[in-house]
Design a protein around this ligand. Structure first.
Ligand code: ZN
Length: 87
């Protein structure tokens, strides 16, 4: 696909993203998310299907952070299973 920011051709890569929510004391760090990444400007595009699968995993973790008050930010790390290789 073409980058919506700078129109360069994107590359398929596995990326890491930190998810936070306002009012929540938890950072959920997700590794190996399949995405299209722009080599020119660094913009990344995560597929809607992937986001739909991630959401039910992230939701309870971020919600749980609203009830806790700690002097540090707990980081929950999730690593997605590698994608099936095309034969
Ligand atoms: Zn770009």
């Amino acid at each position: 696909m073409r980058c919506r920011e700078c129109n360069a051709e994107t590359e398929h890569k596995l990326i890491s993203e930190d998810y936070t929510r306002k009012g929540s004391n938890v950072v959920v760090k997700v590794k190996d998310i399949p995405a299209e990444v722009c080599p020119a400007c660094g913009e990344n595009y995560i597929e809607l299907d992937v986001l739909k699968e991630l959401d039910p995993i992230l939701e309870p973790l971020l919600e749980s952070g609203k009830a806790i008050h700690l002097p540090f930010l707990p980081v929950i790390q999730i690593t997605l299973l590698p994608e099936k290789q095309a034969a």
